[in-house]
Design a protein around this ligand. Structure first.
Ligand code: FCB
Length: 451
């Protein structure tokens, strides 16, 4: 038993959070470049202008990955390095950068996973209405098709969207991520529908332009849920709650089913259709066919979850977290069971191989007197979470990969550089990398579990 023979052991990252070189070699502006340059949007006025300087240091970083025994690297492409204006003219230097990254990964025996969209939307397209414009569907397909044409000779695995809940919910409804808007509910459901259609169109474009057989997935998120005990009633109530749609509020984008049922099952969930009816755009059968293109794997970013119990009236409710419950450096709860129940519920509903496309934790890591970075809490976290994932596998859940978020400490969106999520410490003054204890732990863990 244990993890599958061909299980993918990786680390994940995203372009804006690590690359830097924000205006180099012909790269166009993204909404994150603009948003982070505006006063007050990011803690301490931080920006991704330099970040980890991966743009210049990728060879060393990939070498380090190899030394750490990492088998797969999930990274995102900065859309505006390839298309500075989002569509149209291609920037050869940007094309070359990712081509070099891919070659370097392959040379070091590391499997590349390309995520097409990790939030850094082209500013030029944003000015044309961005995701609210229905043309955004074909813009994204053009970009996806190009990436496939360029790299599918060497890359097998593609992911369309990272966490649509987050960039749509935070970026367009709460207004706390780029582009920083607070649109109406009517607009938010239009955006959502456009993003889902863009996903389907991208899947078609990737397959059409692929030079070799490819595998395509999706990487949404949302807190998981787990039952307080394993009685049938509580498990069923938890499952129901996990896949239910929230009522209209600024949090409405935070759910699993609205974002994943259309993609995998080809239909929006009934409860949402009812609750949101007055805000929904026209949804046709053709749209649903487009959105539900066949996928090869189902990715999900899972960091934590809520415990569910039944109250006296038999309603599924969240168990209040006890005083002093364990939490990470950025106050996220530590709830290992989410990596058992999350994948289990998702697999039972969507019936696709599950890839944990992100999991990890922030900590207030420091360089100790011995010049090393000791992060026992992260080791404990990863160990507990992976134990649960293994248990899910043993109970018949088809889990095919796991990616730690993340290799390098990096730009954590509105929190700037305040959260350190890496298994490798980055000294931002010198750009020196110091593998934390957890990096060596992960190396050993992979060695033990990869067959
Ligand atoms: C996820 C994002 C990723 C990173 C981690 C900590 O929501 O996909 O970019 O910020 O959280």
């Amino acid at each position: 038993m244990g993890f599958k023979k061909d299980f993918t052991w990786g680390v994940a990252s995203s372009a804006y959070q690590i690359e830097g070189a924000w205006s180099e070699d012909g790269k166009g502006l993204s909404v994150w470049d603009v948003y982070s340059h505006e006063n007050g949007n990011i803690a301490n006025g931080h920006t991704g202008d330099v970040a980890c300087d991966f743009y210049h240091k990728f060879k060393d970083d990939i070498k380090l990955m190899k030394e750490l025994g990492i088998r797969a690297y999930r990274f995102s492409i900065s859309w505006t390095r390839i298309f500075p204006n989002g569509i149209g003219e291609v920037n050869e230097k940007g094309v070359k950068f990712y081509s070099d990254v891919i070659d370097e990964l392959l040379k070091n025996g590391i499997e590349p996973y390309i995520a097409l969209f990790h939030w850094d939307y082209p500013y030029a397209l944003n000015k044309k209405g961005g995701w609210l414009n229905e043309d955004s569907v074909k813009w994204f397909a053009e970009y996806a098709g190009k990436v496939s044409e360029l790299y599918s000779d060497r890359v097998e695995n593609f992911i369309t969207f990272n966490e649509p809940q987050c960039f749509v919910g935070y970026g367009y409804l709460a207004g706390v991520h780029a582009p920083g808007y607070k649109v109406s509910y009517k607009d938010i459901f239009q955006i959502c529908h456009n993003v889902l259609k863009a996903h389907g169109s991208a899947v078609i474009a990737i397959r059409k332009n692929a030079r070799k057989p490819v595998k395509i997935g999706y990487a949404p998120t949302c807190g998981a849920m787990y039952p307080t005990n394993e009685t049938k009633e509580v498990v069923e109530a938890t499952r129901k709650k996990y896949f239910s749609c929230p009522s209209i509020s600024r949090e409405v984008m935070w759910n699993v089913a609205w974002w994943s049922d259309p993609v995998v099952l080809g239909r929006y969930p009934e409860d949402g259709l009812k609750m949101y009816s007055e805000y929904l755009p026209k949804i046709t059968e053709e749209d649903m066919k487009l959105i539900s293109q066949p996928l090869d794997f189902y990715g999900q970013n899972i960091y934590n979850g809520r415990e569910v119990e039944l109250d006296d009236a038999g309603n599924a409710v969240f168990v209040e977290r006890k005083q002093g419950f364990s939490k990470t450096g950025n106050q996220w709860p530590v709830t290992p069971k989410c990596l058992y129940w999350g994948p289990k519920f998702l697999y039972e509903r969507y019936k696709l191989p599950i890839v944990i496309t992100e999991n990890g934790m922030a900590e207030n890591d420091v360089v100790s007197l011995d010049s090393k970075v000791h992060d026992p809490n992260r080791i404990d976290f990863l160990n507990r979470y992976l134990d649960e994932l293994e248990k899910a596998t043993n109970d018949g859940v088809d889990v095919s990969g796991y990616f730690v978020w993340t290799l390098l400490d990096n730009f954590e969106w509105t929190r700037g550089y305040n959260d350190r999520f890496g298994i490798v410490y980055v000294d931002y003054e010198t750009q020196k990398r110091i593998p934390k204890d957890s990096a060596f732990w992960y190396k050993e863990y992979i060695e033990k579990n990869a067959k």
